[in-house]
Design a protein around this ligand. Structure first.
Ligand code: 5GP
Ligand code: ZN
Length: 111
C-alpha cells in the first residue's frame, strides 16, 4: 500500500522509534502519545479492519497479543497497560492499517 503511513514506516521511508520487531510485526512509539508510554503494534501485512481477518490473520493477531503479553515489562509497562483497537472513522481510526494501541507508564483514568 503506497499511501499507507504505517507501510511507509515498515519500508523505512518514514523514521520511527522502534521498540520491538519480528518478521511479521513491529512495535514502535506513537508520534503523538496519549499516555506516558504509548506504543503501536502493527502487522507487517497491510490490512485495515478486524472484518478482514481470515484464519491466518486471526493467528497473526493472536501472536501480536502474545508478544505484548510476553514483552510488556521490557517496554516499561509492568504495572499495567491498556490495549485499544480503533475500528472505523467514528471510533477515531485515522490510519487504515490495523494497529493495537498500547498505553501505560502511568495510572490511566477509566471512569
Ligand atoms: P488511530 O487514530 O488510527 O487509531 O491511530 C493512529 C495513530 O498513529 C495515532 O495515535 C497517531 O498519533 C499515530 N501516527 C500517525 N502518524 C504517525 C507517524 O508517522 N509515526 C508514528 N510513530 N505514529 C503515527
Ligand atoms: Zn499499511
Amino acid at each position: 500500500m503506497e499511501t499507507c503511513i504505517f507501510c511507509k514506516i515498515l519500508a523505512g521511508e518514514i523514521p520511527s522509534s522502534k521498540v520491538y520487531e519480528t518478521e511479521e510485526l513491529l512495535v514502535f512509539r506513537d508520534i503523538s502519545p496519549k499516555a506516558k508510554i504509548h506504543l503501536l503494534c502493527i502487522p507487517k501485512e497491510h490490512f485495515a479492519r478486524l472484518t478482514e481477518l481470515d484464519d491466518r490473520r486471526e493467528a497473526l493477531l493472536a501472536r501480536m497479543m502474545r508478544t505484548i503479553a510476553e514483552h510488556h515489562a521490557e517496554w516499561g509497562l509492568a504495572d499495567g497497560y491498556r490495549l485499544i483497537i480503533n475500528q472505523g472513522e467514528a471510533a477515531g481510526q485515522s490510519v487504515q492499517h490495523l494497529h493495537i494501541h498500547i498505553l501505560g507508564g502511568e495510572p490511566l483514568p477509566w471512569e
